[in-house]
Ligand binder design. Structure first.
Ligand code: PMP
Length: 429
C-alpha cells in the first residue's frame, strides 16, 4: 500500500474547518470512498502529493491545464506580471489582449465579458439572455452541468415538457418554475416544450459536448436542430463551452461542429489554471451588458491581470500550434486502444467514450449517451478501478461521472504506464 499518512492527516484537519473538508464536493472522494490526496507539486503530466508519491495526472485540475502542470510559458508570463502587482480593480492591457485573441478566433463572437468562474459565466449569460429577449424561461438538458446557478440546479420533472425540480436545498420554487429540463438528443421533447412555452423561452442552454456525466457523445444533427428551432422561434442558443472551448479545437465545439451559437460561456481553460470565466456574443447582444446596457453584471477581480496573463500565455501557445489538438487526440486514441485491449480480456462490461482529448470509462453494457445511460455504470467496479489505479500512481478524476482530461505534456510512455497499471488492476476488479 502506498503511504498516505500526510494526506489523511491534512484531510482530518480540514474537516474541522471546511464543510466536508473541501471547497468543492467532488474533491472529498465521497463517491469513491477514502480520503482525498493533497497535492503539493505539479510538473508537466505529473503531480506529487504531501507524502512524496508521484502520479500521472489524468484529471489535470478538471480540464484547464491543457499544456500540463507548471508550464514554463504560463509561469514566465504570470511571474513577470505578478512582480508588478496582483490586482488594481481597474482595466489592464491583458484583458483586451485575451479578448482580442478569443474574438478573432470565434466568428460568432464580437465582444466578451470576463468573470471569475464557469458558474458566474453561465449565470450572467442567462441574465443577459433574459434581459435581451424580455423572456423568462430557459431550456436545459438532463446530464449537462452549468455550475451551481439557482435556476440551473434543476433536474427533469415527470413527463416531457414539464418544469423541473430542484437538485439542491435552498432554491426557491419560483426559480425552478422558470427552467425546463429535457433529455439530450430528443428533438420531439424540444419541439413540445417550444410549442408550449416558446413565447417565454429566452434561451436553450447546452454543453455542446456534455462532459459532466463522463463524456456523453452527441449527435451533431441534434445541435443543428437546436440551431434551427432557436432561429425560428427567436430563442437564443447558448453553448456552455466551459469544458469544450479551446479543448476539442481552438474554436471549441462550435468550431468543431461548424455550428454558431448566439451566446457562449467559457471557464477555467481561459485562465490557464487561474479562476476565470467569460460570456460572449455578437455586439448586438453584448451591448446590453452594463455599463453600455441595462443588464447589470460586475466583479472586483474580473479581468484580474494574473488570470488574464495566464490565460493569454496558454491560449497563445495553443493558437500558435494547431497541431497540439491533433497530438492530444492521437494520445487519447492511443489510451482508448490500450484501455480497450486490457478490458476486453475480462468479462467486465464497459464502455469507453472519447472525443479529442477527453475520454471516459463506464462499467456498463449499455452505450452511454445521456444521463440515464450513464447512471447504469457500476459504481462498485469503478471504486475498485479508481483505487487500484491510484495505488499504481495513476490519478483519475475521483468520480465515475467525470471525463479524463489529457494534457500535451503527457507522453506515449506515460500512457503505456497507465495501460500497464490497468493490467495489474483488472485482476482485482
Ligand atoms: N459549465 C460546465 C460545462 C462545467 O463543466 C462547469 C464545471 N466544470 C461549470 C459550468 C462551472 O464552472 P465552475 O466550476 O468554474 O464554476
Amino acid at each position: 500500500m502506498i503511504k498516505r499518512d500526510s494526506s489523511t492527516q491534512l484531510f482530518e484537519e480540514a474537516k474541522k474547518v471546511l464543510p466536508g473538508g473541501v471547497n468543492s464536493p467532488v474533491r472529498a472522494f465521497r463517491s469513491v470512498n477514502g480520503a482525498p490526496i493533497y497535492f503539493e507539486e505539479g510538473s508537466g503530466a505529473y503531480t506529487k502529493d504531501a507524502d512524496g508519491n508521484t502520479y500521472i495526472d489524468l484529471c489535470c485540475s478538471w480540464g484547464p491545464l491543457i499544456l500540463g502542470h507548471a508550464d514554463p510559458r504560463v509561469l514566465k508570463k504570470v511571474s513577470s506580471v505578478m512582480s508588478k502587482g496582483t490586482s488594481f480593480g481597474a482595466p489592464n492591457k491583458y484583458e483586451t489582449q485575451l479578448a482580442r485573441l478569443i474574438v478573432d478566433n470565434h466568428p460568432y463572437i464580437e465582444k466578451i465579458r470576463f468573470v471569475n468562474s464557469g458558474t458566474e459565466a453561465a449565470m450572467s449569460a442567462i441574465r443577459l439572455a433574459r434581459g435581451v429577449t424580455g423572456k423568462n424561461k430557459i431550456i436545459k438538458f438532463e446530464g449537462c452541468y452549468h455550475g451551481h446557478v439557482d435556476s440551473l440546479m434543476v433536474k427533469a420533472g415527470s413527463g416531457l415538457a414539464t418544469l423541473g425540480t430542484s437538485t439542491s436545498a435552498g432554491i426557491p420554487e419560483a426559480f425552478v418554475q422558470e427552467t425546463i429540463v429535457l433529455p439530450l438528443n430528443d428533438p420531439s421533447a424540444v419541439e413540445a416544450a417550444v410549442k408550449k412555452y416558446g413565447h417565454d423561452i429566452a434561451c436553450i442552454a447546452i454543453e455542446p459536448i456534455p462532459a459532466n456525466n463522463g463524456l456523453l457523445l452527441q449527435d451533431k444533427e441534434f445541435l443543428l436542430f437546436l440551431r434551427k428551432i432557436c432561429t425560428e422561434n427567436n430563442i437564443l442558443l447558448f453553448f456552455d463551452e466551459v469544458i469544450s472551448g479551446f479543448r476539442v479545437a481552438f474554436a471549441g465545439a462550435s468550431g468543431y461542429y461548424g455550428i454558431e451559437p448566439d451566446m457562449v460561456a467559457f471557464g477555467k481553460i481561459i485562465g490557464g489554471g487561474f479562476p476565470v470565466g467569460a460570456y460572449a456574443a455578437k455586439a448586438l447582444v453584448m451591448d446590453n451588458v452594463s455599463p453600455d446596457g441595462p443588464v447589470y453584471q460586475a466583479g472586483t477581480l474580473s479581468g484580474n491581470p494574473l488570470a488574464m496573463a495566464a490565460g493569454l500565455a496558454m491560449l497563445q501557445s495553443l493558437n500558435q500550434e494547431e497541431e497540439v489538438f491533433n497530438r492530444l487526440a492521437e494520445k487519447t486514441a492511443y489510451l482508448h486502444q490500450g484501455l480497450d485491449s486490457v478490458l476486453s480480456t475480462t468479462n467486465i462490461p464497459y464502455q469507453i467514450n472519447r472525443l479529442g482529448s477527453m475520454i471516459s470509462v463506464h462499467f456498463t453494457e449499455i452505450p452511454v449517451t445521456d444521463f440515464e445511460t450513464a447512471a447504469f455504470g457500476n459504481n462498485d467496479t469503478f471504486k475498485k478501478y479508481f483505487h487500484g489505479m491510484l495505488e499504481q500512481g495513476i490519478y483519475l478524476p475521483p468520480s465515475a461521472f467525470e471525463s479524463y482530461f489529457l494534457n500535451d505534456a503527457l507522453s506515449f510512455s506515460d500512457i503505456d504506464q497507465t495501460i500497464n497499471a490497468l493490467h495489474l488492476v483488472i485482476k482485482k476488479l
